[in-house]
Ligand binder design. Sequence first.
Ligand SMILES: [Zn+2]
Length: 462
Amino acid sequence: MPTLIYRSFLPITGVQSSPTTELTRELSSTGSTTKRHGSRSNSTDSAYEQSFFPMNFSKSSPRSSLARLNSMPPTKPPVISVKIESPPLVCYGPPKNSTGALLSALAQLEILEPRQKILSFEMSLVGEVSHKHSIVSSCADCKTQTSLVHKWDLFKEKRILNKGNHSYPISFLIPGNLPASNTNPLSSISYFLKGKAVLSNGETTTFKQPIKIARSILPPEQPRNSVRVFPPTNLSANIRLPTVVYPGGNFPVEVRLDGVLSANKKTRWRLRRVVWKVEEHTKSISTTCVKHRSKLGSGKGVLHEDARLVGSAELKNGWKSDFQTADGRIEMELECGIPVLHRAACDVETPSGVEVTHALILELIVAEETLPTAPVKYVTPTGAARVLRMQFRLCVTDRPGMGISWDEEQPPVYENIPGSPPAYAGTIEEHNFSATTESLPLDEPPLYSPAISGDDSEATQS
Ligand SMILES: [Zn+2]
């Protein structure tokens, strides 16, 4: 019975970014404007305000400044935005081995008033799992479970900010075991950067931007080799296929069929038809929110499963039969693929029960025929036919992008920037950037199977 909750894999605390005021001021892009009007902050002089709000103030009468005071326009809330500075977030390798991906960005608070009192400003990275089939379809909390991955308290004490853009650097090491963003027929895993600023009048300004976290399993240099036998015949298939494939991409599959000639050389197998299919299997466990817990009982969920084809083809030719070798051989190279239009999901497995896996199914339809023996000159079918069916686990993963993990590249993170300017020589070596990884709580490795071994495959015939 599924008892795991998505929340449980995100107990991340620790890496905190608290930018210094100096840095903030330095990054503020509108420093000169702020300074010019700084001494006149409380003025209601019309000329002064018009320079800031020519549009809004043209509506109100400028006759008396007292009248204007009574009909003060509502304060314009600040605008939050985020400027991502890091490359696309790609966690390399399977969850239990991945060192994660480094996110660095500037959280920006644009003040539209000449001066504005802001009580607090925070950013957060949240993960959401949405189920297509939720237990209480009308309830948003049953449909979507939200978890906090990381929170940045950019400031918690009251600050008076001048008009213009105020930037706060944020950075975080996305844990390597975090499930990647995923959209499949039963559920979706999404991540968002959220921002919230609280104004002195109690109003809040919020911000939400999706952010993709990808996972890329890097392929080993050698492709995978599998051998299947089909007793009672002498037939054996040797299949070479890539260890990882990408949604929307093609991949080669080499097939070699040995033992085509029977031991007594009186009959042989001829390949008539080849069918390949890529199947996507999806599972998800819907749970309820706290309010609707009584619908199922505490810690319980409902398992949903789905299977669909995300690529297939049937071939009637394109192979080479060689009956001159000792036991006869048929060879071919198939161009298999997962067309973009199928919107295949990448493999994923989360402790909360979201699972996507793929399988390549290969069917070789062979027919038996009798070899000509004098005085007969022609090959005659015996009427026997077989379907040689093979199934291989296929690892569908995100494309590697630049293919370089952050820890191989070693870019500096903001919390590693020393308080004082670094000396000119010998400082870079002194900073151990990889220390950030070790401080992460990785105590809950997800149940992610490597998906590369071919042991799960099966060979059947009918
Ligand atoms: Zn609910």
